[in-house]
Design a protein. Structure first.
Length: 311
């Protein structure tokens, strides 16, 4: 049996064995919410610490706290593998705007540290993605209160983090069902870096060269609340495929363009603008977008559910 399969099997066995104990410890960290109505971010950090060290084989000394502003950074000697943005329990699981803000923060810190994988968690959910061509490619999404042990956690383990997930395009993301009596689950965007012209965070742009340099953010297509900007979406598509004010967007690397087009296509599909079948003779930018993606063999990827900011 190949070494990778042996390592993966061992890790998955450990996840299955340790999951009930992890669930009990997690519940104990959340008891403060029953007593005082609010749980601090530190509870999420403790839940993640146990997850990484007890289930996913990370040595305690390789879980770094507050490293250059990042809440957590997982390392091995000489390499920083994962930047983790932690929020207080319940702050993300039911709040799309808070999720987008947390991803923007994680991307910002990852860019500062030249790390190519990010994760966000509020102790209820855990989402991780690889940073690829100015966007995100899903690595895993799990509910941490799931009764069934999520073996996908292998991809964040000490031996899984440096491997590319071959079926990454199938990794989806969804808000968890809100509880009947939901506590305050809002998260402010105070301190978020905004583009000086468009006044939007990095996650609203189809291409982000560097999360810390707004000048490298190109093609705004989402509003600040994460909804589709119906006025700017066709402009962004045309800027790549045709012309925008007479010139193409030249600040986007050619290698990144397919992922940028896929990102824009998913946005168009979510509001019913992208045709389900590739047209023989495209009559608008949406038809041309579908035709271009089909030519690249990526049109089918449009219909995989995932966050609008993802690749």
């Amino acid at each position: 049996m190949p070494e990778v399969l042996v390592l993966q099997q061992r890790c998955c066995d450990r996840i299955r064995t340790a999951w009930p104990g992890f669930g009990e410890l997690r519940r104990r960290h959340l008891v403060q919410g029953d007593r005082f109505g609010r749980i601090p971010e530190r509870a999420t950090e403790e839940i993640l610490r146990v997850l990484f060290t007890s289930l996913l084989d990370w040595p305690t000394e390789h879980v770094n706290w507050q490293l250059e502003r990042a809440d957590m950074v997982l390392t091995s000697p000489g390499v920083r593998w994962l930047v983790v943005e932690a929020k207080r329990p319940g702050a993300l699981a039911w709040n799309e705007r808070a999720v987008n803000h947390a991803l923007d923060q994680a991307l910002k810190y990852a860019a500062e540290q030249h790390v190519h994988c990010v994760a966000i968690s509020d102790g209820q959910m855990l989402y991780a993605a690889d940073v690829v061509h100015g966007g995100l490619r899903g690595r895993l999404f799990v509910s941490l209160d799931s009764e069934a042990p999520p073996e996908d956690l292998w991809w964040l383990s000490v031996h899984g983090i440096y491997r590319s997930r071959p079926e990454a395009e199938a990794v989806g993301f969804a808000l968890l069902p809100a509880p009947t009596a939901q506590a305050d689950a809002t998260s402010t965007a105070e301190g978020a870096l905004l583009h000086p012209k468009y006044h939007r965070p990095a996650g609203c742009f189809a291409f982000v060269g560097n999360a810390n340099l707004p000048a490298t953010w190109k093609l705004p297509y989402l509003l600040e609340d994460g909804t589709i900007d119906l006025r700017r979406l066709p402009m962004a598509i045309s800027a790549i495929l045709e012309t925008y004010r007479g010139v193409r967007v030249r600040a986007i690397p050619e290698a990144a363009i397919p992922d940028v087009l896929l990102r824009l296509a998913r946005a168009a599909a979510s509001v019913g603008r992208l045709p389900r079948a590739v047209p023989d003779e495209p009559s608008d930018c949406y038809g041309l977008l579908a035709s271009t993606l089909d030519q690249a063999g990526r049109f089918a990827e449009v219909w995989i559910t995932r966050p609008m900011s993802d690749v």
